[in-house]
Ligand binder design. Structure first.
Ligand SMILES: [Zn+2]
Length: 734
C-alpha cells in the first residue's frame, strides 16, 4: 500500500512539473489589461491567407498593420529596404523588403526598447502562429502602452522577408542607426502552442535575466535552452540584431511543431493560451524596460532555470563550485556505500548495469527513430517527422526507459546490493554533470542540483540520523522534488525540439528520473511488478494510438507540393513537386512521374511528369542592345511574386543590374551564378548587362513564378497544397 503511495506521489510531482511549464497568465478582463480577444481579432484578419513577401496578400497585411497603428494615433511608417546576401559567389538573394516601424515617444532621453516580430509568412501557410501572433501581440501591447508615460522610446519593428532569409532584419540593421537602441525583444514561433519560452539571449545576460524575473508573467527560461540554441544552425531575425551588437531576448513557443509552416497554421488551430502568455509577457516586459535605465544591459553570463513558480539564477562562474561540491558529495556517497559493506567490485558491477540501461534506452530508441519514417512515410513531410500524432512517441520513449529500468534493477541482485546500485547510479550521473560542464557550461545546474539532492537522500536514508520513518520519507520526497522538477519539463522540451528523429533523448533523461526514484524509494522498483506493468501499458498503448492516428484527416491534413512548370523555349509543360516523395496530395497530378532535370527554378533533379496544358499567364521578352550594354525587359500580365535569373557563366560580363540594382560587378568565377529576387519584380523585370566583348552573346535563363495554375487544382480533402504556382522559364540570348 505504502509502495503505491510512493509511486503516485512521484508521478504527481512529474505532472506538477509539466503543469508549471505550460502557458499560464493572469485572468483579468479589465480593458486596461492585455486582451486576448483583441489579439485574436487581429490574428483573424492578418492570418486569413498566406502572405509571402512580395505578394498582394502580404501588402494587405502590411496595410492592416499601418491602419491599426493609425487608429491608435501612433506614428508608423514603411521603410523600404534593399538587401542582398551572397552565398560563396554562386547564389545571390536580392530583395526589396518593407519593414514597418512605429514609435511611441518617451519623456526621457535614455535609449529605446525595440520590440520585433515579422509579418511575412511562408508561401505555404497563413502563419497565424509564425509570426502573425507576434504582430497581433505588438498591436495589443501598443494599445495599452500609448496612453502611459514612459521614460524611454518604444519602437515597434515589424519586419518583412524573415522567412526567405531574415531579409527585413538584415536591411534594418544595415540601413538604420542602431546607436539609440538599448535592447531588443524578438518574438517568434516554431509551432502553435506551448508556453512562450525566452530561449535565446545575448551574451552577458545576467542583468536581463534579473529583469525578466522582476517583470515577466510566469516567464519560462533556462540557460540550458540558451546553450543548446547557440549550438544549433537555426536563425531568426534576432540573429541579425545580435550580429549588429544589440543585446536582448528572443521568445518563441515550440509545441505543436506539426503546424509549423503548415497550411493549417491558421487562426482556428493556434493555441490562445500560448498567445496570451506571449502577449502578457511582452506587454509587461516592454512596460518595465521603458521605465528603467537601459543604457547598460550587458553584464556577466548567468545560469538560470525555472524552479516551481520562480526562476533561480546565479552567476555562471559559480557553476564550477557547484560541480566540485557535487563531486565531493559523490565521493562521500561511494565511501558511505563501502562502509555499509559494499565492495568496489559490486559497485563496479552495478555501474556496468547502469551503463547497460543507458545503452538499451539509446539503442532501442535509435532503432525506433529509424524505423518509424519507413513505416509511416507521411511523417517525412513534416519537420523532424513531427506528424500530428508525434507526442505519443514521447510516451513510447518514456515507457521504454521505465521497462528497462525495471529489468535492470530487478535483474541486478539488489538484495544487499541496493547500496552498490545507488552509489553507482549517483556516480554515473556525476559523469554527465562533468560532461555538461564541459560542453554546455551554463546548463550544469541541470545535473549538479539533482545529484546533490540524490546524494543527500542516499546519505540520510543510509544513516540512522533520522529515526522516524515517516519524517524520513517526507524529507526524501522534498529532496526528490529537485531532480523531478528540473528534469521532467526538459524531457518534454527536448522531445519537442527533436521529436521522433531523436527518441533516445527523452529515454535517457527518463532513465535518470527512474534512477532518482530508485535512490529515494527502491521498493517502487523492487517490491512488485507495478512499474513494469505501467511501462508495458504505456509502451503498447502509445504505439497503438499513434498507429490509429497516423493517417492525415481533414482537420490534420498532409501538406503536399505540386507546381506547374512551363518551358517557353521548347514549349514543354510539366507537373512537378518540391517534395521528395509522391503522396496522397499530389499523386493524381503526378501519375507516371519520374525523376527529371527541368530548367530552373531548381538546379537539382525533381519528380516531374509531362502534361499538355498551356500556361494561363503570358510574358513578353524584349531585348534591346546598345554598343556595350544589352537590356532584357520582361513584361507579364499577372503579378510575379518571385523571379530567378541564371547565368551559365559571367566571364564576358562587366556587371549586371536588375531593376536598377547592381547584381554583380567584375565577377571572375567561371561557374554558374544563380540569383533569386524577392519582392522586386511584381510588375516587370529589367535586366541590364554590360559586356566586355560585345560581339559575343550571353545566355541567361529567367524563371518567373505566379500564384496560379493552368487548371483547377486536384487535391483530396485530407491534404493541403503548399505551393501550386506556375513557373515560366525562358532561356534568352542577349
Ligand atoms: Zn517566423
Amino acid at each position: 500500500m505504502k509502495n503505491l503511495l510512493y509511486i503516485i506521489i512521484s508521478f504527481l510531482i512529474c505532472f506538477v512539473a509539466i503543469y508549471l511549464d505550460s502557458p499560464s497568465y493572469t485572468s483579468s478582463n479589465n480593458s486596461n489589461d492585455f486582451s486576448i480577444e483583441n489579439t485574436m481579432a487581429h490574428i483573424d484578419v492578418m492570418a486569413q491567407e498566406n502572405h509571402f513577401m512580395g505578394t498582394e496578400e502580404n501588402r494587405k497585411v502590411r496595410d492592416y498593420i499601418l491602419s491599426e497603428f493609425q487608429k491608435l494615433n501612433i506614428q508608423a511608417e514603411i521603410f523600404d529596404g534593399y538587401t542582398s546576401s551572397n552565398w560563396r559567389n554562386r547564389f545571390l538573394k536580392m530583395a526589396k523588403t518593407e519593414n514597418i516601424i512605429a514609435t511611441i515617444k518617451g519623456n526621457g532621453n535614455g535609449k529605446a526598447v525595440l520590440i520585433a516580430g515579422h509579418y511575412d509568412s511562408v508561401l505555404s501557410a497563413p502563419g497565424a502562429a509564425d509570426d502573425v501572433h507576434a504582430v497581433a501581440c505588438i498591436l495589443e501591447s501598443a494599445r495599452l502602452l500609448k496612453n502611459m508615460q514612459h521614460k524611454n522610446d518604444i519602437i515597434f519593428l515589424i519586419t518583412d522577408g524573415e522567412e526567405m532569409g531574415l531579409l527585413g532584419a538584415k536591411a534594418f540593421t544595415e540601413m538604420e542607426d542602431l546607436s539609440n537602441i538599448g535592447l531588443v525583444l524578438n518574438y517568434e514561433a516554431r509551432g502553435n502552442s506551448g508556453s512562450s519560452i525566452s530561449f535565446e539571449w545575448s551574451e552577458g545576460n545576467a542583468w536581463l535575466v534579473q529583469q525578466v524575473k522582476k517583470a515577466g508573467i510566469n516567464p519560462i527560461a533556462n540557460s540550458m535552452s540558451y546553450e543548446i540554441y547557440n549550438r544549433l544552425p537555426n536563425d531568426t531575425d534576432f540573429t541579425y540584431f545580435k550580429k549588429a551588437g544589440l543585446s536582448g531576448i528572443n521568445h518563441a513557443f515550440i509545441d505543436g511543431f506539426s503546424y509549423y509552416h503548415n497550411p493549417v497554421d491558421n487562426p482556428e488551430t493556434i493555441n490562445k493560451k500560448s498567445v496570451k502568455h506571449t502577449g502578457e509577457n511582452m506587454y509587461h516586459l516592454v512596460k518595465h524596460f521603458a521605465n528603467i535605465d537601459i543604457t547598460n544591459t550587458v553584464s556577466h553570463n548567468a545560469s538560470f532555470f525555472n524552479f516551481l513558480t520562480g526562476i533561480i539564477s546565479y552567476p555562471s562562474s559559480m557553476d564550477i563550485f557547484f560541480l566540485i561540491f557535487t563531486l565531493l558529495l559523490v565521493v562521500v556517497c561511494v565511501v558511505f556505500a563501502m562502509r555499509a559493506e559494499t565492495s568496489i567490485k559490486s559497485i563496479s558491477i552495478a555501474f556496468s548495469y547502469i551503463i547497460l540501461l543507458l545503452v538499451l534506452c539509446i539503442g532501442s530508441m535509435i532503432f525506433l527513430s529509424s524505423v518509424l519514417p519507413k513505416l509511416y512515410p507521411q511523417y517525412n513531410v513534416f519537420y523532424s517527422g513531427q506528424f500530428y500524432n508525434h507526442k505519443w512517441y514521447l510516451l513510447t520513449s518514456v515507457s521504454t526507459a521505465i521497462i528497462f529500468t525495471w529489468f535492470i534493477t530487478n535483474y541486478f541482485n539488489f538484495k544487499n546490493k541496493a547500496n552498490a546500485f545507488k552509489s553507482a547510479a549517483i556516480f554515473v550521473l556525476s559523469i554527465f554533470a562533468i560532461a555538461m560542464y564541459m560542453f554546455l557550461p551554463t546548463a550544469t545546474y541541470f545535473m549538479s542540483f539533482p545529484i546533490m539532492a540524490l546524494a543527500f537522500i542516499y546519505i540520510l536514508n543510509g544513516s540512522a540520523f533520522i529515526k522516524n520513518k515517516n519524517i524520513l520519507d517526507g524529507i526524501t520526497f522534498l529532496l526528490l522534488i529537485v531532480p523531478l522538477i528540473i528534469w521532467t519539463p526538459i524531457i518534454q522540451n527536448i522531445f519537442l525540439a527533436f521529436s521522433i528523429k531523436m527518441l533516445a533523448n527523452p529515454a535517457v533523461l527518463t532513465s535518470f528520473t527512474c534512477l532518482a526514484t530508485f535512490i529515494a524509494f527502491e521498493s517502487i522498483w523492487t517490491k512488485n511488478k507495478s512499474m513494469l506493468y505501467i511501462g508495458l501499458f504505456g509502451f503498447f498503448f502509445s504505439l497503438i494510438v499513434a498507429h490509429l492516428t497516423s493517417k492525415p484527416t481533414e482537420e490534420k491534413p498532409l501538406p503536399s507540393s505540386v507546381f506547374y512548370h512551363y518551358n517557353l523555349n521548347d514549349q514543354t509543360a510539366h507537373w512537378a513537386t518540391n517534395q521528395n516523395d509522391i503522396n496522397i496530395g499530389n499523386r493524381d497530378l503526378l501519375k507516371g512521374a519520374k525523376i527529371k532535370t527541368l530548367k530552373l527554378p531548381r538546379t537539382e533533379s525533381i519528380i516531374a511528369v509531362e502534361n499538355k496544358l498551356s500556361p494561363s499567364v503570358s510574358c513578353k521578352y524584349i531585348i534591346s542592345d546598345s554598343t556595350q550594354n544589352s537590356v532584357l525587359s520582361v513584361q507579364y500580365d499577372q503579378e510575379a511574386y518571385l523571379t530567378n535569373v541564371y547565368f551559365e557563366n559571367t566571364q564576358n560580363l562587366k556587371w549586371a543590374k536588375i531593376n536598377g540594382k547592381t547584381a554583380f560587378e567584375n565577377r571572375t568565377d567561371d561557374i554558374g551564378f544563380y540569383i533569386t529576387l524577392f519582392g522586386m519584380t511584381q510588375d516587370s523585370l529589367n535586366l541590364e548587362i554590360s559586356k566586355i566583348d560585345s560581339t559575343q552573346s550571353q545566355t541567361v535563363t529567367i524563371n518567373n513564378e505566379f500564384m496560379v495554375l493552368p487548371q483547377k487544382d486536384i487535391i483530396p480533402k485530407t491534404a493541403r497544397r503548399v505551393d501550386g504556382y506556375t513557373s515560366l522559364v525562358k532561356e534568352v540570348r542577349m
